[in-house]
Design a protein around this ligand. Sequence first.
Ligand code: RIB
Ligand code: CA
Length: 314
Amino acid sequence: MTTPRKIIIDTDPGQDDAVAILLALASPEDMEVLGITAVAGNVPLPLTQKNARIICELAGKRDTKVFAGCDAPLKRKLVTAEHVHGKTGLDGPPMADPTMPLQSQHAVDFIIHTLRREPAKSVTLCPLGPLTNIATAFQRAPDIVERVQEIVLMGGAYFEVGNITPAAEFNIYVDPEAAEIVFKSDAPIVVMPLDMTHQALTTKPRIEAFRAMGTEAGRMVAAWTDFFERFDVAKYGSEGAPLHDPTVIAYLIRPDLFSGRYINVEIETKGEFTLGMTVADWWGVTDRAPNAMFIRTVDANGFFDLLAERIARL
Ligand code: RIB
Ligand code: CA
């Protein structure tokens, strides 16, 4: 029996972030969620911090600590994704406002204080949105970088190229300078890129499995994914949408469902057409030092079976 991994989820909910948070909160034997830190991304910060609290209440975990973090990228104007997630960021089902409190501490201070307080190498960071909070914490307190157990993040793409521009994935594109700080930090990084998440599609049978649970959480996940998928289906003609962010949490529970390579990943911060691109040296054509485990495959059926089994608990 392994002890549950201590994690901080950094997030910009986002329907797929919501499913990731539900999976984490439904898996206490695998992880202890020390806190959820909201960042501006899919929608502005006032909505991402509110959505994070709505999701915790849906999971029946009102005592989860939710913090508001950075409301804009380090050096750029915020780019949001209402075209994918809707105006609220959680469009799909009707939702009541949360009643659980937002923590008064800033998310960046929570990240710094937690990493300094907890034993070294005992806390995993799980960024599901732009890396602004993480990079700000690393800049403000460089001593915490070596105390991080692992960073398992959703972001980037190589074979699949971009989803917000022809070259860049959204989370990296929104704050490429933050991503550069994180990828150059020497912290152990696992990247869950579009190359893999695009194999984890919310097909009709998979969505129906959530609806058939007969629980509020199951109904909400089905309604969120029904809404969330319309963008990808229209764009890619795929059968369903890629459920990006829950792959981060699933990796912590069942790493055997995934495979990848430890390679060099650089972030483009200057390119006129390639800003925010993750330049992944998958084929080892440079002598640049590897800095990230870049995940390339997922057992999609195993992933959705895990999701359904855990979310049915809520
Ligand atoms: O590109 C997909 C990522 O951008 C996901 O994390 C989604 O929630 C958005 O943040
Ligand atoms: Ca996200």
